[in-house]
Design a protein around this ligand. Structure first.
Ligand SMILES: *Cc1c(COP(=O)(O)O)cnc(C)c1O
Length: 375
C-alpha cells in the first residue's frame, strides 16, 4: 500500500504532451505563446476580462495589493482563518494586517464583522486601504454582504481565490468579485503548474501595469531603462503549457472532488461528534479539501488522535489553518473577534481529497476514523 497524500498533484498524458510541445518549440522563457494562451483561457474560465500569469499566488497577492494602492503605514482587513500568504503580502508593502474572524456557518470572513469594523473605522477616520477576502477551502465568501459594506465605504476588495478556482457564488465564478482576483497553481491546489499564480482584473490598464511590474518595470527602450521598482514575477512559458492542460481538466477534477466529499459525508454521517465544513447555499464550492471537526466529548477521541491514527496507516491529514491572529509572527496585530476560527482550529482536520484518490483508499480513511469511535 502506498502513502495517501492530502492533495497531491495529478498530471497525465495531456500535461506531458503540452509541456514537451512548449519545450520543443524553444519558448523556454517567462513569456511566449503558452503564457498568452493560458491567460486568455483562464480569463474566459473565470469570467474576468484580463488575466496575468505570475510565478506564484503570493506574487499575485503582492501585485494586487500594490495596484489597489496599499502602501507603507496602511491597514488592511484580512481574515484570520487563512494561509499565511494572504497576510504576508500585506506586510511586504509595509502595511499592517488587521484580522477578522470567520462566520461559523461558512468558515469564510464574517460579513457582519467586516461591516461593523468598516463603520467603526469610518467614524474614527481610519478606514483600511483594502479588504482581502479569502474563498476558503474552495468556498466563496458571502459577497453580496461584503461588497455592499466595502462599496459603501469606497474600500477596494482583493479576492484571494487561491483555493477556489472553479467555485461559484450565485452562479458567478470565484475570483471575479474583487477589484483584483488572485489564484494559485501551487502543487497542492486544484490545478497546478508545480508553482505559479494568476491575477485577474476587469481593467486592461491594471493588467498592463501588473505585467510591467512583474517584468522588472522595464520601460520600452532598446536599453534597460527603469523609472520604478519592479519584480521578477512572470510565469515561465513551460509552466503555462502545463497550466493550460490542467485548466482543460478542471471540471473533471471538481466532479471527482465533489464525489470524494459526498462519500466522506455519507461514510461518516452517523458518527457522533464528527461535523463537516458547512457548505453555504449561496454557491457551489470546488471541494478542494474536505474538512471535518472532531468533538472529543461526543466522538471519544480528539482531532490529534484522529490525525495520528491516520498517520499510523500512512495516510496524510492536516489540521485546518491555524488562525493568523494566533501565529507568533502576528501576535501584536489587532483582531476583530477570533473565537470562531480558534474553535475550528482546535477541532478541525483536513482529510485526503486528491482528485485521483481511489475509492479503496478513501474507504481506508473512513474506516480508520470509524475505528476510533466510542463503543
Ligand atoms: C496557496 C495559497 C496562497 C499562496 O499561493 P502560492 O502560489 O503558494 O504562493 C495564498 N492564499 C491562499 C488562501 C492559499 O491557499
Amino acid at each position: 500500500m502506498t502513502r495517501v497524500f492530502l492533495s497531491p498533484p495529478e498530471v497525465g498524458d495531456e500535461e506531458r504532451r503540452m509541456l514537451l510541445d512548449a519545450f520543443d518549440s524553444n519558448w523556454i522563457a517567462p513569456l511566449g505563446p503558452d503564457v498568452d494562451a493560458f491567460e486568455a483561457e483562464f480569463a474566459t474560465r473565470v469570467g474576468v476580462a484580463h488575466a496575468v500569469a505570475l510565478s506564484s499566488g503570493t506574487a499575485a497577492l503582492h501585485l494586487a495589493l500594490l495596484l489597489v494602492g496599499v502602501g507603507p503605514g496602511d491597514e488592511v482587513l484580512v481574515p484570520s482563518f487563512t494561509f499565511v500568504a494572504t497576510a504576508n503580502a500585506v506586510v511586504y508593502l509595509g502595511a499592517t494586517p488587521v484580522f477578522v474572524d470567520c462566520a461559523a456557518d461558512t468558515w469564510t470572513m464574517d460579513p457582519g464583522l467586516v461591516a461593523g469594523e468598516l463603520d467603526r473605522r469610518a467614524a474614527a477616520g481610519r478606514l483600511p486601504a483594502a479588504v482581502v477576502t479569502v474563498d476558503l477551502y474552495g468556498q466563496s465568501c458571502d459577497y453580496d454582504a461584503i461588497l455592499a459594506s466595502c462599496d459603501r465605504h469606497g474600500v477596494p476588495v482583493v479576492e484571494d481565490a487561491a483555493e477556489a478556482l472553479g467555485a461559484t457564488y450565485r452562479g458567478r465564478p470565484a475570483g471575479s468579485f474583487g477589484r483584483m482576483g488572485v489564484f494559485s497553481f501551487n502543487g497542492n491546489k486544484i490545478i497546478t503548474t508545480s508553482g505559479g499564480g494568476m491575477l485577474v482584473t476587469a481593467s486592461a490598464a491594471e493588467a498592463e501595469r501588473a505585467r510591467y511590474l512583474a517584468t522588472q518595470a522595464r520601460e520600452p527602450f532598446p536599453h534597460y531603462e527603469h523609472t520604478t521598482i519592479g519584480y521578477n514575477y512572470r510565469l515561465s512559458n513551460l509552466l503555462a503549457a502545463l497550466g493550460r492542460a490542467q485548466l482543460a481538466g478542471l471540471d473533471s477534477r471538481i466532479t471527482r472532488r465533489r464525489a470524494i466529499d459526498t462519500r466522506y459525508r455519507t461514510g461518516l454521517a452517523d458518527v457522533d461528534g464528527i461535523g463537516f465544513f458547512p457548505i453555504a447555499d449561496y454557491g457551489e464550492p470546488n471541494h478542494w479539501l474536505t474538512c471535518v471537526t472532531v468533538d472529543p466529548e461526543r466522538f471519544g477521541a480528539d482531532r490529534e488522535a484522529v490525525r495520528l491514527a491516520l498517520e499510523a496507516e500512512d495516510i496524510e491529514s492536516r489540521p485546518t489553518w491555524k488562525p493568523l491572529h494566533l501565529q507568533p509572527v502576528f501576535g501584536a496585530n489587532e483582531v476583530v473577534g477570533g473565537h470562531v476560527c480558534a474553535g475550528i482550529f482546535a477541532h478541525g482536520l483536513c482529510l485526503p481529497t486528491g482528485s485521483a484518490l481511489s475509492e479503496e483508499d478513501q474507504a481506508r480513511v473512513v474506516a480508520v476514523v470509524r475505528g476510533l469511535t466510542r463503543g
